[in-house]
Design a protein around this ligand. Structure first.
Ligand code: DAH
Length: 366
């Protein structure tokens, strides 16, 4: 704070009665101003109050000097005091103006430094997850079938025996029911089951939708298997169904070939082996040339050159009867893939449990 005691007194009281004394007094004030001005740092608030102390209209130093030194000055000294005061004013104003810019720049600079982010500090690392291998495989499958016009539908995991079996042409006591050791829901009067396959969605879709139908159905299915390296009580399937007035066995084989090439590589060939499913006639197991050896025979394909992909076939006309489709006019094909199997085969995973133990060391590899 600038000491105001001298400017609050009259020159006469200070004993300054000659031009020399007046000049010396002004020199003293000017020195004090210069010293104070030099002390100002990048603190904007201190700077503003310093400016007010000197140029404030009501009680700044210059006002005090005008009021206490100039106005009451004796006629002989008035001219000198006036000159000195004008010079001091000019000096103060020019120094203040000059320093103002520097102080503002410095203040801005120091604010910038204060707010600066230190990029060398270690940040908070968020672990980024990956899509699970099963999810990746599903995405792949949905992309492949989506590209040729199949849309995706999903259905309930708790099913009625009608949809899981009957309407798929698997009547009670049919041996096919034995192959699918079924979980029955306790206490369900209608005998609800955990679906053993995604095929029930063939029926649910055709019940609701008039032909043509072109769908894939991803989802979980359940079977009472004892868990081991190749079995769990739950696994993933994707069902496919295409029904229209003009679908032939060629369309079926063409779709199968397209899928195999997309999923395993452009050189992949397929073959069909006769099989049996109650809801397809004829039925087939689709094999593909081994994606590891290309068909020459290796450990992965157990030297056969072939890998079993999935079950499929032409929709059994008996199924159309359950959904009131015209079996005379319509034809189609269906398939059911084990997604876990496909993923394990494609990525060389040896044991089912690895897929579901959620060990990041395993998951990270894909
Ligand atoms: N639902 C059969 C199963 O889980 C798989 C299957 C085979 C589905 C042939 C089909 C098909 O749609 O045509 O074993």
């Amino acid at each position: 704070m600038t000491d105001k005691s001298i400017v609050e007194q009259k020159l006469r009281d200070l004993g300054d009665s000659t031009p020399e004394r007046v000049a010396a007094r002004f020199a003293e004030v000017r020195t004090r101003f210069d010293e104070d001005a030099n002390r100002q740092s990048a603190n904007l608030e201190a700077w503003r109050s310093f400016v007010v102390q000197w140029t404030g209209r009501k009680s700044g130093m210059l006002t005090h000097i005008t009021d206490n030194w100039l106005k009451p000055a004796s006629p002989e000294l008035k001219r000198v005091v006036g000159q000195e005061l004008n010079q001091l004013k000019a000096h103060v104003e020019s120094v203040l103006a000059e320093r103002q810019t520097a102080i503002e720049a410095a203040a801005e600079q120091s604010a910038r430094t204060r707010d600066q982010i230190d990029f060398s500090l270690p940040g908070i690392e968020h672990a980024i997850g990956t899509r699970h291998l099963i999810r990746q495989t599903y995405d792949d499958l949905l992309r492949i079938f989506g590209a040729i016009g199949f849309s995706v539908v999903e259905g309930p995991e708790i099913e009625t025996p009608y949809y899981n079996f009957e309407a798929l042409n698997i009547p009670e006591h049919h041996p096919a029911r034995d192959n699918m050791d079924t979980f029955y829901i306790e206490g369900s009067r209608t005998g609800h089951v955990l679906r053993t396959h995604t095929s029930p969605m063939q029926i649910r879709t055709m019940e609701k939708q008039a032909p043509p139908v072109r769908i894939v159905v991803p989802g979980k299915v359940y079977r009472r298997d004892n868990p081991d390296a190749t079995h769990g009580y739950m696994f993933h399937q994707i069902e496919g169904l295409a029904v229209d007035t003009d679908i032939t066995f060629c369309d079926f084989k063409g779709t199968v070939d397209y899928f195999a090439r997309e999923f395993l590589g452009p050189k992949t060939k397929t073959r069909l082996r006769p099989s049996y499913f109650p809801f397809t006639e004829p039925s087939a197991e689709v094999d593909a040339t081994c994606h590891v050896c290309g068909g020459k025979g290796c450990r992965v394909c157990k030297q056969s050159g072939w890998i079993e992909l999935f079950g499929a076939g032409m929709v059994n006309p008996a199924v159309y009867g359950f959904v009131k489709y015209d079996a005379e006019r319509l034809s189609g094909f269906a398939f059911g893939m084990g997604v876990d199997r496909l993923a394990m085969m494609k990525y060389g995973v040896a044991e089912v449990p690895l897929l579901f133990q959620n060990d990041v060391r395993f998951l990270r590899q894909f």
